[in-house]
Design a protein around this ligand. Structure first.
Ligand code: IDP
Ligand code: MG
Length: 168
């Protein structure tokens, strides 16, 4: 299979529990290229757009809160882009099944995830499901200048009256 890319998000429970290092270690040993990484507060708009296809699910409201850090003291999330051969399936294998109780016990979700008493799958990480979703999600979470290399085509846009924070 050709080279592909994937969005991985460490959800706010990872940051709250101090597990960033141990989880990134599972990926860094797997020989993939890290193209982008950032820590961010996930807005409601980003969370809703990310999970737009799950709008009808009974757990939708909870996962929107979960991704925003509202279940974990407002903690941030960490977003990453990896590229490599067959990287989507490899990252999904490292993550494990959606339900932490069904996940391989050696996977991230199987070894560190939990189901809350409210029924939320606190499964620690998001991994894109296929190439199309990976492309949509990477463009949603990152701007072109946050990613090293030319992953997708870009165009130049001149913005007038554009307000931006700069260093004092
Ligand atoms: P995935 O993250 O393994 O791709 P999706 O079906 O895309 O799974 O669901 C997105 C997220 O919604 C999951 O990671 C999990 O946090 C949550 N979720 C999925 N199914 C359930 C469920 O049956 N109960 C509670 N939460 C769920
Ligand atoms: Mg999914």
């Amino acid at each position: 299979m050709n080279k592909e890319c994937v969005l991985v998000v460490l959800k706010p429970d990872v940051v709250a529990k101090g597990l960033i290092g141990i989880i990134l270690d599972r990926f860094s040993g797997a020989g993939m290229d890290l193209l982008a990484i950032k820590i961010l507060s996930v807005s409601q708009d980003l969370a809703q757009r990310h999970y737009q296809h799950l709008k009808e699910q009974r757990f939708y409201k909870e996962i929107i809160k979960y991704l925003q850090g509202k279940l974990h003291d407002g903690h941030k999330a960490v977003a990453l882009v990896y590229s490599g051969k067959n990287v989507i399936q490899r990252c999904r294998d490292i993550a494990g099944a959606t339900n932490p109780e069904d996940a391989d016990p050696r996977s991230i979700r199987g070894s560190m995830g939990r189901i809350t008493t409210e029924g939320v799958f606190e499964n620690l990480i998001h991994v894109s499901s296929d190439r199309k979703e990976a492309c949509r999600e990477i463009k949603l979470w990152f701007s072109p200048d946050e990613i090293s290399g030319d992953l997708f085509p870009t165009r130049d846009e001149v913005l007038e009256n554009y307000k931006k924070k700069v260093w004092k």
